[in-house]
Design a protein around this ligand. Structure first.
Ligand SMILES: *Cc1c(COP(=O)(O)O)cnc(C)c1O
Length: 234
């Protein structure tokens, strides 16, 4: 890994292309979301300067601060972290994608806030595919209710599902394949609930360590942080 963000992005896009070739897919099917959490705005500007459009953050406040500090119309901002109802108001004005819907009440709050400013927000329903209690996301059984609820909304579009696999060592990454398969199967089983504003085409899965496996299993959005911006200091 280099210090140079543009070099890292170029290497990462090569990884994506290679994984797509191996899976018989086109790299055009994959959106790379650069997860810039805990990284300074300068890093985002540098990445944008070499062509990166989609950026993801996992905290409402940090997302808000960065969206306000960097007014660049061409950027697509993604909220990938846990939601809280009272934080949604801080993002609706600018955010383009919210990956972490796990309850109808979040959709209700987005609808309420987005309707006032006549925006429509792309959302994904996060499913807990790892089965770990500490991981967020709803259960497969909850999905039907969320999708049905969303049909009635005018300022929310459901675009697909999001999942986070168990964190494993890089050399054991094959272990998470069944979790990605599961997300795809859940999606396939819920196609019947699709409507004008409820579509399940997107699968947001795959991070720095498990991106190749996610692409082989049908990912359309990979959320990658460390491979672009380096390790985070917690
Ligand atoms: C941090 C984070 C990522 C990126 O993880 P890396 O291992 O840095 O690639 C992806 N998705 C979510 C929800 C995250 O919080």
């Amino acid at each position: 890994m280099s210090e140079n963000i543009c070099q890292n992005l170029s290497d990462l896009n090569d990884r994506i292309t290679k994984a797509c070739n191996q899976a018989g897919r086109s790299p055009d099917e994959i959106t790379l979301v650069a997860v810039s959490k805990m990284k300074p705005l300068e890093n985002i500007k540098e990445a944008f300067g070499c062509g990166q459009i989609h950026f993801g953050e996992n905290r409402a406040k940090e997302l808000q601060d960065k969206m306000e500090a960097y007014e660049e119309d061409k950027i697509q901002w993604h909220m990938v972290g846990n939601l809280q109802t009272n934080k949604i108001k801080y993002m609706v004005e600018r955010v383009n994608w919210i990956h972490s819907i796990e309850k109808p009440k979040y959709l209700r709050e987005i609808e309420k806030r987005a309707s006032r400013i006549d925006r429509t927000i792309n959302t994904l329903v996060q499913i807990n595919i790892s089965g770990e209690d500490q991981k967020s996301g709803c259960k497969e059984e909850d999905l039907e209710e969320i999708l049905t609820y969303a049909r009635e909304l005018d300022h929310v579009r459901i675009r697909g599902l999001m999942g986070m696999a168990t964190f494993v060592d890089p050399d054991e990454v094959e272990k998470v394949r069944p979790q990605f398969k599961k997300l795809r199967t859940i999606r396939d089983n819920h196609r019947k609930f699709e409507a004008d504003n409820v579509q399940l085409d997107e699968l947001s899965m795959g991070m720095t360590n498990d991106m190749e496996i996610a692409i082989e299993e049908g990912s359309t959005m990979v959320r990658v942080g460390r491979a672009i911006f380096g390790e985070r200091n917690y």
